[in-house]
Design a protein around this ligand. Structure first.
Ligand code: C5P
Length: 236
């Protein structure tokens, strides 16, 4: 299992053709970028794009955020495990029992498995919405810590959280509990629609294990240069 710091590029493209055209730019890079495939690309291009990207030698975070009854999640994870991706995720709100079932389904006969990560609260959910619509009592910070502790208790590897939450998650769950953090921007680039953002260098100081970077790389004039800059700030 991978445990070292790495930069994950969010491949938020609508088609296999757009994705492969983007990846062609990295053909001569000695470091093959770790890539995130989300729902949009997966539902559009399916397992074929996953296999093609693996064939090209990239690691893959398949960001499908499973959330269903434990039996269904266990069986779905078994299917994803056979795809040989490197990281998958679930919603922690699916309960500890569901997360344990996910891990069981994901674990292959030889004991190996992809990293398994949970989403605590989506960053699009405000504290007010969480309390009034979802009926969760308490602050959003306390809820994130509670969900991260449930994730650890279920035996998963870590959580997706904002880089600004990574330190409290590490404090509550231990240093070896992984934090995967989107919301990354260079000091001199646009925030887009992200609110709680930080730079790759600061994410390293805070203790993120993986940063997920989309538009600062995918929309850059020179994506390879932008990727190298992330690696220099965060990994080296
Ligand atoms: O383009 P940008 O760097 O904002 O992309 C961030 C990626 O991380 C997107 O794929 C987005 O869906 C994902 N993400 C996020 N915030 C979360 C969870 C996932 O931005 N809390």
């Amino acid at each position: 299992m991978t445990r070292e710091r790495d930069v994950i590029i969010a491949c938020d493209f609508a088609s296999a053709a757009d994705t492969l055209a983007f990846l062609d730019k990295f053909e001569n890079e000695s470091r093959k970028p770790f890539l995130k495939i989300g729902m949009e690309l997966y539902y559009a291009a399916g397992n074929d794009i996953v296999r093609e990207i693996k064939r090209r030698g990239h690691k893959i975070f398949l960001d499908l955020k499973l959330h269903d009854i434990p039996n269904t999640v266990r069986k779905a994870m078994k299917v994803l495990s056979a795809l040989d991706v490197d990281m998958v995720n679930v919603h922690a709100s699916g309960t500890t029992e569901m997360m344990k079932a996910a891990k069981e389904g994901l674990t292959r006969a030889d004991g190996t498995r992809p990293l398994l990560i949970a989403v605590t609260q989506l960053t699009s959910t405000s504290e007010q919405t969480m309390q009034q619509e979802l009926g969760i009592v308490g602050t959003i910070g306390d809820t994130i810590v509670k969900y991260a502790q449930n994730t650890r208790a279920a035996g998963l590897d870590g959580v997706v959280c904002s880089p600004l939450e990574a330190a409290i998650v590490k404090g509550a769950c231990g240093d070896d509990f992984l934090t995967i953090t989107p919301g990354i921007r260079f000091a001199d680039s646009a925030a887009d629609d992200q609110v709680r953002i930080t730079t790759p260098a600061r994410a390293k100081e805070i203790g993120s294990d993986f940063i997920v970077v989309g538009r600062p790389i995918t929309a850059a004039e020179d994506p390879v240069k932008a990727y190298r800059r992330c690696v220099e700030e965060f990994v080296d």
